[in-house]
Write a protein that binds this ligand. Structure first.
Ligand SMILES: [Zn+2]
Length: 74
């Protein structure tokens, strides 16, 4: 009976903006073992995952008016 699976206590990774255009920003995870990368749309809510990295971790980051909080984004 393995019906109850409890996620491990979520690690929290910080993402920083590595590059940006007028419409999009590239965020990279600071954790070297993870190296998650996502592109976030500025003008409209949009998130494209380039490298999943450690998707069990919580990734947060911010850039000016753009906030990244992808707790439930796989
Ligand atoms: Zn990470």
């Amino acid at each position: 009976m393995a019906a109850d699976w409890t996620p491990p206590p979520g690690a929290s990774h910080e993402m920083v903006c590595e590059a940006e255009t007028s419409s999009e920003a590239l965020f990279v995870c600071m954790d070297e073992a993870c190296a998650r990368r996502v592109v976030v749309g500025k003008s409209r809510p949009r998130l494209t995952v380039i490298d999943r990295g450690d998707f069990s971790a919580r990734h947060v980051g911010s850039l000016g008016g753009v906030a990244v909080d992808e707790v439930s984004v796989a």
